[in-house]
Design a protein around this ligand. Structure first.
Ligand code: SF4
Length: 491
């Protein structure tokens, strides 16, 4: 096997680490408007169900019947928050929904979305994916103006700014408010008789729109949710675009000029988005396979089997195996139903760390030299236990290959990776990481390799955010805003 674009591969001299890793998913948003009002809450439920991977802490749906808005939201998975009894009162023509992982504000009940307020123009509900980098300043400004705030997330700030904006329509209020928002926002808003969706001018987070088969339209963070609802004519909401859904009507309007250089989040391709989603006209599954192919070209190692860390690394492992000529097989089985448990593991289970989530398939690993593909290394807490699990199952060598470059900087646009100081690659060299993890070797995909996989044509490779790998933020982030930076105000 030849190895073009050969990358340095670092070989170990020592051993291990501990516990849970991976950047945390952001949030999923959904909006629906129908002319007939049949089962709009059920549609929202199934749409949110398809966005569950973007947030498992809480879920909410707000529905309007043209006059009144109703809301149900609670902590938990979509399927547990929305029982038939909870959905039954949510009747109407228009709906928005949200699945939450807390990126700003803690995980308390008051931060669950959508936010619903009564305004002098009727009901207004807001659900938001992303992070505003200037939220602290906007929040202070609201407090100075005499507003009381009940929550600690920036979504309430957006909601109150909108409610207080002057104008004769919600579209006008939005256009007056939007220029003040700096950062990542893919948002849906519910009013008495319409749903409005808007995306920031950089296009950090995905947002797409499609036509429902029985009439009306839906917008969603990912196309997988629109496909679940049977949508056709699916199209991306453009950066800076505002889309109004009103029954059968769909009105598109460029509310803000798109940024000269857009900043789509590369990590959506590496890890967050569901593989059956399409973004920037690229299939996420296909991009992940290409990430694996690029990695095999850059960091080939002679071995007996290529295994993924399931589930997100499966397509990349297929790509690595294909490009390297090595056989692909399962080596780890993930408990797909673990979700978020509120039951504390016993000390014995806790000590076995990743055993809660993964078991090794000894028959596929015994006596084998293994290449293990993972999508990212964040705090570096699970890589060591996973390597140990594979070794304990009989592997003679374990070579770890990561389908993105080292993550060295925190994200300020809606992804919780922790602070710079939490990130393993910000604190250690690759040889040090090899020793800490206990792998026989470790290699990361290069930035160029990642971008070759994300965009086949060289002229398509601009317009992506890579700040967590490079520290070059597409917009000034000011003093680092953390997930809990407002928590000191409200206990
Ligand atoms: S910093 Fe990283 S995770 Fe955050 S938007 Fe940019 S590429 Fe995505």
């Amino acid at each position: 096997m030849t190895t073009p674009h050969q990358q340095p591969v670092h070989v170990r001299s020592g051993h291990a680490a501990e516990f849970d890793d991976h950047p945390h998913d952001e949030c999923g948003v959904l909006g629906i408007s129908t002319p007939h009002g049949d089962g709009v809450a059920q549609l929202a439920f199934f749409g949110l169900f398809a966005l569950q991977h973007r947030g498992q802490e809480a879920a909410g749906i707000a529905v309007s019947d043209g006059q009144r808005a109703r809301l149900h939201k609670d902590p938990g998975l979509v399927s547990t928050v929305f029982t038939p009894e909870a959905l039954a009162p949510l009747t109407g023509y228009h709906a928005i929904g949200h699945t939450r992982y807390s990126t700003t504000g803690g995980s308390s009940h008051r931060n669950i979305q959508p936010f619903l307020v009564e305004t002098m123009h009727g009901p207004l509900a807001v659900a938001h994916n992303g992070n505003l980098v200037n939220a602290p300043a906007l929040r202070d400004e609201l407090l100075q103006r005499g507003f009381g705030l009940t929550a600690t997330s920036d979504t309430e700030v957006l909601t109150l700014m909108l409610a207080a904006a002057g104008g004769t329509s919600w579209q006008e209020r939005l256009e007056r408010t939007l220029p003040a928002w700096k950062g990542a926002f893919s948002m849906v808003m519910l009013m008495a008789d319409e749903v409005i969706a808007v995306r920031d001018p950089w296009g950090f987070r995905p947002l797409s729109v499609g036509r429902l088969p029985a009439g009306g339209h839906a917008v969603a963070s990912e196309t997988c949710a629109l496909a679940t609802l049977g949508c056709v004519e699916i199209d991306e909401v453009r950066p800076g675009e505002m889309i109004t859904l009103r029954g059968a009507e769909l009105i598109r309007h460029q509310a803000l000029a798109p940024a000269t250089t857009p900043a789509r989040c590369t990590f959506e391709f590496v890890y967050f988005s569901r593989p059956d989603s399409v973004w920037a006209d690229r299939s996420v599954h296909e991009v992940r396979q290409r990430l694996g192919e690029e990695l095999a070209n850059e960091a080939f190692v002679d071995a007996d089997v290529v295994i993924p860390v399931p589930d997100s690394s499966i397509p990349a492992a297929i790509g690595y195996a294909r490009a390297s000529g090595l056989p692909f097989n399962d080596g780890l089985i993930k408990n797909r139903y673990i979700g978020r448990t509120f039951i504390e593991p016993t000390q014995d289970i806790r000590e076995r760390g990743v055993a809660l989530k993964f078991n090794a398939l000894g028959e596929n690993l015994r006596g084998k030299r293994v290449v293990m593909i993972d999508d990212s290394l964040v705090r570096g807490t699970t890589a060591g236990p996973l390597v140990k699990l594979v070794r304990d199952a009989g592997a003679t060598e374990v070579h770890l290959r990561i389908t993105c470059p080292p993550i060295t900087h925190a994200c300020h646009f809606g992804v919780d990776m922790g602070h710079d100081g939490d990130l393993m690659a910000a604190r250690h060299t690759v040889p040090e990481m090899v020793d800490l993890i206990g792998a026989d070797s470790l290699a990361f995909l290069s930035l160029d390799g990642m971008m070759r996989a994300v965009a086949a044509q060289e002229d398509q490779r601009d317009g992506y955010c890579n700040a967590c790998f490079t520290g070059r933020y597409p917009i000034a982030v000011g003093s680092a805003q953390t997930k809990l930076s407002f928590e000191g105000v409200l206990a």
